[in-house]
Design a protein around this ligand. Structure first.
Ligand SMILES: [Ca+2]
Length: 124
């Protein structure tokens, strides 16, 4: 599991913690990003995200940079609130080896898209 708030670098995001004490990233606006260095993608076919949102939005998982190749896309719909957490799995495009992973965020109106607690890469 990769805690979203344990990034190595970021632009524009904030770390917060909820009533359970779990930390997460928020203030996820279009153009913002987080980076996670040296993640082994060999054999990984899916990713699971834990998130909470009161809006719709898109999270893209990229390799190499904030404009890098997209290997997975999570479409967020409102979970019912910014502390109403859900998990969802997405398919990953094949990408082998140790890579620098980035999360980027999109919302058509330019709004913040919610909060992310963690993501996991899954081999099956
Ligand atoms: Ca977390």
């Amino acid at each position: 599991m990769i805690e979203a708030e344990k990034y190595g670098a970021q632009l524009g995001v904030a770390i917060a913690s909820g009533s359970t004490g779990a930390q997460y990233i928020g203030a996820l606006k279009p153009g913002d990003w987080t980076a996670y260095a040296n993640v082994n993608l060999t054999g990984m076919t899916k990713a699971e995200f834990k998130f909470a949102s009161d809006k719709t939005g898109i999270v893209r998982l990229r390799i190499g940079g904030p404009s890098g190749t997209v290997i997975g896309t999570l479409n967020i719909a409102s979970t019912g609130g910014l502390q109403t957490w859900k998990t969802a799995q997405i398919a990953l495009a094949p990408a082998a080896g140790i890579q620098n992973l980035y999360l980027t965020f999109e919302n058509a109106a330019g709004d913040e898209i919610g909060n992310i607690d963690y993501f996991k890469l899954l081999a099956a």
